[in-house]
Design a binder for this molecule. Structure first.
Ligand SMILES: [Zn+2]
Length: 72
C-alpha cells in the first residue's frame, strides 16, 4: 500500500488537507462553527482542507474580536 494522502480531519469531509492547525487553538473554533472532528485519537494537530480552514480562520478572528470587546 502506498502512503495515504492526508485528508481533512473534520467529520464527513474527505478533501485533501491544505493546512495544519493546533488542536488547542482550533478545537473551540471548530465547535463554535458547528463542526465535529472526525478524529478520535488524542491528536495535537488538526488537518484542514482549504474550505474548512477558511471557516475556522473566520471563527478564530470573530473570537478574537469578541474577546477584545469584552476586555476592551
Ligand atoms: Zn474539510
Amino acid at each position: 500500500m502506498s502512503a495515504k494522502k492526508k485528508t481533512c480531519d473534520i467529520e464527513a469531509c474527505s478533501d485533501v488537507s491544505k493546512k495544519t492547525v493546533s488542536r488547542e487553538k482550533a478545537g473551540k473554533a471548530i465547535k463554535q462553527a458547528s463542526l465535529n472532528l472526525g478524529v478520535r485519537d488524542k491528536v495535537t494537530k488538526i488537518h484542514l482542507c482549504a474550505k474548512h480552514y477558511k471557516i475556522i480562520k473566520k471563527q478564530l478572528k470573530k473570537d478574537r474580536e469578541i474577546e477584545r470587546l469584552r476586555w476592551g
